[in-house]
Design a protein around this ligand. Sequence first.
Ligand code: CAA
Length: 259
Amino acid sequence: MDYKNIILQVEQWGAAIIFNRPKALNAMNAETLSEIQHAISVCKSDDIKVLILTGSGEKAFVAGADIREMQNLHPSEALAYMEMGHETMRMLETLPKPTIAAVNGFALGGGTEIALSCDMRFASENARFGQPEILLGSIPGWGGTQRLGRIIGMGRAKEIIYSGEQIDAKRAYEIGLVNRIYTVDQLFPEAVKFAEKLAALPSFALKMAKHSINFGYDMSLDNATRLEAQCCAQCFSMEDQKEGMSAFLEKRKPNFSGR
Ligand code: CAA
């Protein structure tokens, strides 16, 4: 597929999806969503260990869903638009490998929502987050009302969603929305450095950790710990578990193969 609004960069450690629609500060229209869906499918390959999402330029990660495209939607069309966004966010959230949003500027509305669908958020000092939909007479439609509260707590999520106010990287870090903050220049290289570190770890164990955390979240503790036990037990079918434990006991560095 030829991408018009994103760039898919494949590297040894994994891949980067770079939002690249500068004329609209990387706002996502339906065409961008379908390109992202395609790129995520490509990233399902076992050769790609980690996925980073970032924006081109220094001003915006993603300035939201495309307001021009949404403005005159009939409610039934709006529903289809929101469902397409949800499908995209869910594909990202359930991708069985680590995902990092490297947020380099405005991440508003759908921009915050796509960052919330990643496992971790690293931000540049000039990053700004927010759910400004209320200022447009609407509400977050790509998962913000659900995922934001799960990550920062319901009270803080309501404050952000009800007011439409933006928060800077420092505040986002304080409330646990952001894992790490870097200078603008360092953001992507540091995200890559972290991705390289993860890419060298046992990929199946990472997959099981993500599966257990994500799918256990909405279960009772009893069921969630059963799921965890099953995920943990499956790691014992892998050569990497034998290698990791042998290396520890033999006092040497492990050499993980991904098998
Ligand atoms: N949709 C469409 N176009 C957008 C856009 C968006 N979300 N955000 C920015 N743009 C466009 C602007 O219209 C402008 O285009 P023109 O040059 O053709 O006029 C261009 O990008 C540059 O934007 P600004 O001139 O506004 O740049 P600025 O530096 O003055 O402001 C900004 C930057 C604060 C990010 C501002 O652009 C802004 O507030 N954008 C909208 C943010 C927003 O409301 N996002 C939520 C969208 S709704 C949503 O996401 C719903 C959902 O949950 C699915």
